[in-house]
Design a protein around this ligand. Structure first.
Ligand SMILES: *Cc1c(COP(=O)(O)O)cnc(C)c1O
Length: 373
């Protein structure tokens, strides 16, 4: 089979979604599944919907178009505040968008009126992550302006945590967002359909019994795709970590000493990780590099060591003499490695279990097919 490729097990994505949906539903929270790390891959998005996600969220319009062109018809929300230059397309392909700028909302409203439709607005509140968001004290005023505008409908408010800052949400922040939801409703009238409390970083809190206040939606990507809590990097109990596997091929193998690299002060070499005991270590060179993935975000099989990577090569040390030119090796990816690999032009996808069955646990469909990423 071609390399590099990503083996995707859709059954694991469906089951991860189902597990998270079931655990959150009992707390009154729905799941909006985030497809951005997969570049809006339609089969993966469908697996998330089959697993019980209420709708999809994307950061890029190109990914939303890909989903729509493949016939994905469920509600899609744009979670990155729209570019002013794209408002017409946003209104055309997305039911709603997250917004922080009045100029953009006004343009969305005008675009919606031209298209004789109504576009949903969720106001993104800055709660400490310091990426996007309206300062809490400005939210009510903005909500009032949105409510008064035709072409748009105020659907809710949301917040984001742990993306730029890496700081997980706290009970106090969730309370503050809930209070703000009540205040917006008190001042503006309409009931807020959505109070979206955050992303995968919120899961630990939402699942350990902490108060969730008015939060009735979470936007979940990483936890569904990789089964991990992005703040700690630890596995979330009951979720698969291996729905995605990156496969690369060996193009050179030798027993070259790794010695000459030691002690070089050349800055680019400063990043190279050396295997501690190089005796008997074989160097494997793989036809994959920084262009294809985040090589530092790969998990090797046991007894293999990351030596370094360049744009097109990955070098690994091993004492396993059975690996030869043409051998394949399988790697688990972190979020950054997955995101880059899914967008890499030379990587193919092998989709497994591409069919919902009545009981996903019985799914043993071995059918696979190749598709360009
Ligand atoms: C990427 C993103 C998410 C999803 O984050 P995960 O950590 O993958 O769950 C949610 N909300 C916003 C605004 C995002 O940009």
């Amino acid at each position: 089979m071609t390399c590099p490729r990503i083996d995707v097990d859709l059954r694991k994505i469906r089951e991860n979604t189902r597990t998270i949906v079931d655990r959150l539903n009992v707390r009154g929270i729905q799941v909006t599944a985030v497809t951005k790390a997969t570049c809006g891959h339609p089969a993966i998005a469908r697996a998330m919907v089959d697993g019980g996600a209420e709708g999809l969220a994307e950061a890029r319009l190109s990914h939303v178009r890909r989903l729509r062109e493949a016939g994905v018809a469920c509600p899609i929300t744009l979670i990155r505040t729209p570019m002013l230059s794209q408002v017409d397309d946003v209104v055309q392909v997305c039911e709603a968008s997250y917004n922080t700028e009045m100029t953009v909302i006004t343009a969305l409203a005008a675009a919606a009126l031209r298209q004789k439709t109504v576009h949903g607005i969720i106001l993104m509140v800055e709660m400490g992550d310091q990426r996007e968001g309206i300062l809490p004290r400005h939210v009510v005023g903005m909500a009032q302006r949105v409510v008064a505008m035709s072409g748009v409908q105020l659907k809710g408010i949301g917040a984001n945590f742990a993306c730029l800052s890496g700081i997980a949400p706290t009970a106090a922040k969730i309370q503050a967002l809930s209070d703000l939801a009540n205040e917006v409703e008190g001042q503006c009238g309409p009931f807020l359909q959505t109070v979206s409390g955050g992303n995968s970083a919120n899961l630990t809190m939402a699942l350990n019994g902490s108060p969730t206040g008015r939060i009735n939606d979470l936007r979940i990507g990483e936890a569904i795709l990789l089964g991990v809590d992005p703040v700690t990097g630890g596995q979330i109990g009951g979720l698969y970590r291996d729905a995605f596997t990156l496969v690369a091929e060996v193009i050179e193998t030798d027993a070259k000493s790794l010695g000459p690299l030691v002690g070089r002060t050349d800055p680019p070499l400063g990043k190279i990780h050396l295997v501690s005991d190089t005796t008997g270590t074989i160097r494997l060179i793989f036809a994959i590099g920084h262009r294809d993935t985040d090589a530092t975000g790969l998990t090797m099989p046991p007894d293999h060591t990351f030596v370094g990577a360049t744009s097109d090569h990955l070098i690994i040390g091993t004492k396993d003499p059975t690996l030869c030119v043409g051998s394949e090796m399988r790697f688990q990816m972190n979020y950054s490695a997955l995101m880059r690999a899914m967008a890499a032009p030379d990587t193919q996808l092998t989709i497994r279990n591409d069919r919902p069955v009545s009981d996903p646990r019985d799914a043993q469909d071995p059918s696979t097919h190749l598709a360009l990423v």
